[in-house]
Design a protein around this ligand. Sequence first.
Ligand code: HEM
Length: 417
Amino acid sequence: LLAGRGFMWLHARRGDPLAQVATLPAERDPYPFYERLRARGDLVRSRLGMHVTTSHRLCDALLRDQRFGVLPGSAHSLVDLGLSSTGPDTPVNPIDDSFLSLNPPEHTRLRRLVAPWFTPRALRERTPSINAVVKEFLDEVAERDGFDLVTDFAVRVPIRVIAELLGVPEREHARFARWGATLAGSLDGARDLAQLRETRRVLGELNAFFTDLVAHRRKHPGQDVVSELVNAHDGDVPLARKDLFATTQLLLVAGFETTVNLIGNGALALLADADARRRLVEDPSTAEDVVEEVLRYDTPVQYTARFALETVELDDVVLRKDDGVLLLLAAANHDPSVFAEPNRFDPTRANNREHLAFSAGIHYCLGAGLARIEAAAALGGLFRRFPGLSVAGPVRRRPSRVIRGAISLPVSTGVER
Ligand code: HEM
């Protein structure tokens, strides 16, 4: 693992695009780097075996192209950690073992089982309870002059929403949140062996937790995803344990840190833009446009990857089976041929919904609608409650390249007491 890192550094110094992405200091602003990469062309070849693209056109086309797919087992990290489950005793991994990392027909079969929980109608029914969760947490922080916008607020909203969706008892929410955070951190690949061990340990705990939850829901079914999947069938046979675990755990990992950072990045953008803040406070119906622009402007999931399933010619480049392309979604969202003045935060721009922050094609984020509702409720609620909110201390950035956002953002409410 460490030798691999050294190898990456060496290639990064020689200007190799893939090595540069993999070794970019995680806390640094990545957008100037994406622009330098864009200047080298739409599809840049890495000596490490993959191509890299910053182009909106190419990202969008590849994500929708059936000749490309994910590489089961290690689709989303640049370094294969060997964390996908191989035997009955290895813990199931929500990223590498779930439908996020599967191609059709398995992908279709498993995604279909949970899709009904995310239809517009199901989400409409959930909206009042999301608004109530936001209000509850805002009431709590309003008791103080200042608070941490990430740890005291942004983290709490999505974890409560997902825990309710999965039927996780409230006393377990804090533990559940810690596991989600560790696993989201593993998306980058492990920094060292200690982090690799920590990820394995957390996977073991999460699997033990789900074993108990599944047993409990078998006896006492509720109105939640786990209760429903416990009784789901795959043809005539019950859903395999591995699929049940990977699918339910995926909802935790995919829906947690991503949404935390959408709320955090949105708050940061709004705190730096008095006009946008005023419009949001005066007209709550603009919250949805704000959320779309945050997704475009400071994309929470910065990149993904796709692999050729057969020989494909793309922009005069021949890709052979299993050749990969790193898709820099965040760079595509700053592509000047689609978004005018891409580095300007502008919730009023007409085409911000063309962003690729939720990917595209068959892996288009299943929770996009839920994330939009949570973020609009959280950002709208926050600035209406505290119109004088301001940054009150140093912003600490998340040590991740895949997931971009803050881990700490101290704020002052600006409320006179
Ligand atoms: C897939 C982003 C919130 C569940 C994805 C993908 C992206 C993404 C980029 C596709 C990855 C790829 O194509 O390789 C985000 C962002 C979110 C968010 C930016 C919040 C701001 C959520 C939430 C849930 C969720 C709240 C559910 C509770 C999923 C699932 C997939 C997925 C299940 C896999 C879809 C598939 O493979 O078919 N998300 N997500 N996401 N997301 Fe989200």
